[in-house]
Design a protein around this ligand. Structure first.
Ligand code: AR6
Length: 170
């Protein structure tokens, strides 16, 4: 049910992939840049529509769009917190990012979903702590709702991959 791979999330064949976006929803670097680059303009067009309707996406929240040229059906864009030494509710906000992404998946009848390591790149969240939050939040959610069939953690760097490998073995 929970898989771990090392690689590029734009190549993963789950029904939905999650993007680590920013509050503007207009793209950026890291995984966000990779998804918009591989997925093309249709994704950005839908992000613009969401912005016009609700003014972007708050930290900890998530929105869903089409997947443009990607092989998945949907992109779930969530905004993780920027690490600020743990003083700005970062832990709760990262939990919310995972939880709200999963809620959107269920609402849209999605059965398989891939997550990148939200906030651990440009937003500088400590990797081990972020991995614990990701795994625990997802496990807790799956105990309550069992509609999802497959969750994939996609690690781009070896450091995250090794952290997840260790934590998932426990
Ligand atoms: N596939 C999977 N994971 C990736 C990929 C990829 N193609 N590329 C990078 N990662 P980051 P954040 C990993 O910086 O920290 C953007 O500019 C990367 O190794 O993408 O949440 C947004 O617009 C890291 O482990 O996202 C925001 O402004 C993880 O994805 C800001 O960055 C997250 O790194 C969000 O920062």
């Amino acid at each position: 049910m929970i898989d771990l791979i090392k690689g590029d999330i734009t190549k993963v064949e789950t029904q939905a992939i999650v993007n680590a976006a920013n509050t503007s929803l207009l793209g950026g670097g890291g995984v966000d840049g990779a998804i918009h680059k591989a997925g093309g303009n249709r994704i950005l067009e839908e992000c613009y529509k969401i912005r016009n309707k609700q003014g972007g996406c708050k930290v900890g929240n998530a929105v869903i769009t089409n997947s443009g040229n990607l092989s998945c059906d949907f992109i779930i864009h969530t905004v993780g917190p920027k690490w600020n030494g743990g003083k700005s509710k970062e832990i709760e906000l990262l939990e919310k990012s995972y939880e709200n992404s999963l809620k959107l998946a269920i609402e849209n009848n999605i059965k398989s979903i891939a997550f990148p390591n939200i906030s651990t790149g440009i937003y500088n969240f400590p990797k081990e702590k972020a991995a614990e939050i990701a795994i625990n939040t997802i496990k807790k959610f799956l105990l309550k709702k069992d509609a999802l069939e497959k969750i994939v953690f996609v690690c781009y760097d070896y450091e995250n991959f090794n952290i997840y490998k260790k934590l998932l073995k426990k």
